[in-house]
Design a protein around this ligand. Sequence first.
Ligand code: SF4
Length: 222
Amino acid sequence: MSINLQKRIQSISLKLEKIYGRKKWKIHADPLSELIATILSQNTSDHNSHKAYSNLRSKFKTWEQVRKASVKKVADAIRGGGLANIKARRIKDVLNQIYEENHNLDLGFLKRWRTERIEDYLKKFKGVGEKTTACVLLFSLKRPAMPVDTHVERVSKRLGLVPPKASAKDAETILEDLLPKSLIYQFHLNLIAHGRNTCLAANPRCRSCVLFENCDYGRTSV
Ligand code: SF4
């Protein structure tokens, strides 16, 4: 692992912290709720997926009720989030599979497992890939995983932290190796904030970017 890259990413992290703030690593939800929220976030905007999730929670009081409901009823509840029929089927399959294996829907046992075992367990569900698994690890189990969404991938590649042709999985591994564990949560959130506010996909605001000096793309494009 390159010491230079490690120093560079820590300097970037510090600059982002000055703009977007220090983040205290906190649990966002229990593992099952996080898993379902992340399935809902696939291929849609944050706004739509949050709306779909809160509508689902208001229509059904428990995950058991969602498991027992028809696909149509679940799809109707999450309609605003896009791909409602596919996601409803996916969510119900996950709930049914967990229930058949454990006779309940409590994923609290994951807290006692090693990270690799949790990854293998979550990835066996249809429609659950690297990003969803990393979200559950980071946001509900406090494990140092780096979910690579479109913002994390774009900004980390422009900054030269990750090679341009790296896959999302490679980007995840590289960033996890480069960052001290204590910085992963904050770096993830702040890099996304930077992708939304400054390092936009179409027209990045390089001239006013605090990371300009650290950025391969910015220096060559301005
Ligand atoms: S300098 Fe430009 S490309 Fe680099 S991080 Fe900033 S906005 Fe993105």
